[in-house]
Ligand binder design. Structure first.
Ligand SMILES: [Zn+2]
Length: 345
């Protein structure tokens, strides 16, 4: 067995100590520090091989050399760890802090343009005394068609136009919000003044002008002696608040099974002021609502005596109103969830 002299051992400790200090003082990054760790601090590294030599030191010198080795080893580990911590902090600061980057903004969500339109319409009609009522999306055929005076052979009852929940035609995805009128009549005290917003479904090909799923808002007023003039003034008050005081209006005769007489409400195109443009298809007018006096058969379906009471009803397509407000020409843009489009609205 080779005996290592006390002085030689102390000398080797000093040499290795200087070597490590020297190398560590030149380290600039974590990669070079890692090289030092692999050379000195691992199990088969230079520090451990020096410590292993303690077994060759004469027995009476072991306590002194052992103590020196411990001091050397813990010092080397301390300066190594201190430097590693410092370099890690620097690296983190470098990745976290780039003063040339733009500041961070908190992105806030907002409601969808269709919902914004719907809420505004609810606010306007709400201020005119209309309460909000809701009904189910899955309707029975009676509420969706029969109660609303649809004849048995009406095309809306066909599979081509309507989504039937079961093939027995008992239940449908409601094709309009009008069945809520019947539910409100059946469950409310008179007079009734309600608006009924909600989603409706049609078995239609999706195109620039139509969707298979969209929103309507329906209005209903029932009392004694309700007149067509009141319907007109209600819709005009609404339209002035929604589209501006200078809007002009016209009613065109129309046909719906559930109203008699029936009309379409047009407003003057607020884009071109009535001169004619792309949005109004050069007519100067925009169709915004269907309306009319509630058909006596519909009142009867709702359990109301048409000899005593009368009423008016109207309905808007909320996507249509949104398109007219925003100038969007393709209804599909509203639901493609493209932020480049939605952010502009
Ligand atoms: Zn126009």
């Amino acid at each position: 067995m080779q005996i290592i002299n006390f002085k030689i051992m102390l000398n080797e400790i000093n040499i290795l100590n200087e070597e490590i200090k020297n190398k560590i003082s030149n380290v600039k990054d974590l990669n070079s520090l890692e090289e030092i760790r692999l050379e000195y601090f691992v199990k088969k590294g230079k520090i451990q091989s020096l410590v292993d030599k303690l077994k060759d030191v004469p027995k009476d010198q072991k306590p002194v050399i052992g103590k020196e080795l411990n001091i050397f080893k813990s010092n080397a580990e301390r300066i190594f760890n201190e430097l590693r911590e410092k370099l890690q902090n620097q690296a983190e600061e470098n990745t976290d802090l780039d003063l040339t980057l733009p500041g961070r903004r908190n992105f806030r969500g907002s409601s969808h343009p269709v919902m914004q339109t719907m809420n505004e319409m609810i606010d306007i009609f709400g201020s005119m005394g209309f309460a909000v009522a809701e009904g189910p999306d899955i309707e029975d055929g009676w509420h969706n068609f029969d109660a609303l005076n649809f004849p048995p052979d009406h095309p809306a009852r066909d599979m081509q136009d309507t989504f039937f929940v079961k093939s027995d035609k008992e239940y449908v995805l409601r094709t309009h919000t009008s069945p809520v009128q019947i539910r409100v009549m059946q469950s409310s005290e008179l007079p009734i003044r309600a608006i009924m917003p909600g989603r409706v479904y049609r078995n239609e090909a999706i195109s620039a002008r139509s969707l298979a799923e969209f929103y309507q808002i329906e209005g209903l007023y029932i009392d004694k002696n309700v007149s067509l003039a009141e319907l007109k003034s209600t819709l005009m008050t609404f339209a002035k608040r929604m589209y501006g005081e200078n809007s002009k209006f016209r009613f065109r005769p129309s046909f719906f099974p559930f109203t008699e007489p029936s009309a379409e409400l047009d407003i003057s195109c607020y884009i071109c002021g009535g001169k004619g443009c792309r949005i109004c298809k050069n007519t100067g007018w925009l169709e915004i609502a269907g309306c009319g006096m509630v058909h006596p058969n519909v009142l009867k379906s709702g359990g109301i005596d048409p000899e005593i009471y009368s009423g008016y009803a109207f309905g808007f397509g909320i996507e249509r109103v949104t398109m007219l407000r925003t100038g969007i020409s393709d209804i599909r843009y509203l639901y493609e969830n493209d932020l480049r489009v939605l952010n502009q609205l």
